[in-house]
Write a protein that binds this ligand. Structure first.
Ligand code: KIV
Length: 284
């Protein structure tokens, strides 16, 4: 009888923190090894991070794209380390399962590797993040190695690296030319050797991303880099249709929340105007 009751209660019980298996950097390596694609999305706030984590996303990136989609800046350059830490704190509070990776913002790691280590330690200590991400190839290898000495996992980012937008001058596809493609392939190997647990490949030809993915043992996560990467990442606001004036071909809209929100807000305004909200049931 008692055993029946225990069996029943375990069948109906909601998953507890103990039941949920956290995604680790090692788990991502295993996903690559077993050919299981990794799903990564950006998050910058508690409520959205909670929804995304509960939906089962593997990695949540507190991207410096917060500079664009949360703060309305034209580029990712203005966001500060303090602001990134604030966003990361909100996300970490919400997450039970996903690996939380936080972008080191422009200016917080390029100066020298000691400064980078101090920034990475702040992100881990003050936000409770699980890993950091930074942009660049050979030039940032000493920085990656220094951060790793503190036991902080590092994700790389190659191809279109938005923190260098003023050097590129455009958001066009990178590494179409052979010289840049060869450099990117070398950089990917260097990042793997330096100890990165994964690399974001942004806006490069799918064939090049496939080659890079096959040449390294750590997972590649593509954004505008084709289907042969080990995983994909999108900016959540783009994927859910909250941003509407940004329409690159790599964005797939999984919802049109712009219309949902506009309709809902217009209905609310109407209800306020005609005094149909609140009703007696909605009043005290
Ligand atoms: O900041 C960000 O959202 C990113 C993704 C585009 C990978 O770095």
């Amino acid at each position: 009888m008692l055993s029946n009751l225990i069996a029943m209660s375990t069948q109906t019980a909601a998953p507890t923190a103990v039941d949920i298996k956290r995604v680790t950097t090692q788990a991502l390596q295993n996903m690559k090894a077993t050919g299981t694609p990794i799903a990564m999305l950006t998050a910058y706030d508690y409520t959205t991070a909670r929804l995304l984590d509960r939906a089962g996303v593997d990695v949540l990136l507190v991207g410096d794209s917060a500079s664009n989609v949360m703060a309305g800046h034209e580029t990712t350059l203005p966001i500060t380390l303090d602001q990134m830490i604030y966003h990361a704190q909100c996300v970490v509070r919400a997450v039970r399962r996903a690996l939380v990776v936080v972008d080191l913002p422009f200016g917080s790691y390029q100066g020298n590797s000691k400064e980078a280590l101090i920034s990475a330690i702040r992100v881990m200590k003050e936000a409770g993040a699980h890993a950091v991400k930074l942009e660049g190839g050979a030039a940032v290898v000493p920085t990656i190695e220094r951060i790793l000495t503190a036991g902080i996992p590092v994700m790389g980012h190659l191809g279109l690296t938005p923190q260098s937008i003023y050097r590129f001058g455009t958001y066009k596809v990178r590494a179409r030319e052979e010289e840049e493609a060869e450099q990117l392939k070398r950089d990917a190997v260097l990042l793997e050797r330096a100890g990165c647990f994964g690399i974001v490949l942004e806006k490069i030809p799918a064939s090049l991303a496939a080659e890079v993915t096959a040449s390294i043992r750590i997972p590649t996560i593509g954004i505008g880099a084709g289907v042969h990467c080990d995983g994909q990442v999108l900016v959540t606001h783009d994927a859910l249709g909250l941003t509407t004036d940004f329409n690159p071909r790599f964005v797939r809209r999984y919802a049109h929340l712009d219309a949902v929100i506009t309709d809902a807000v217009q209905a609310y305004i109407q209800d306020v105007r005609d005094r149909s909200f609140p009703t007696d049931e909605e009043s005290y």
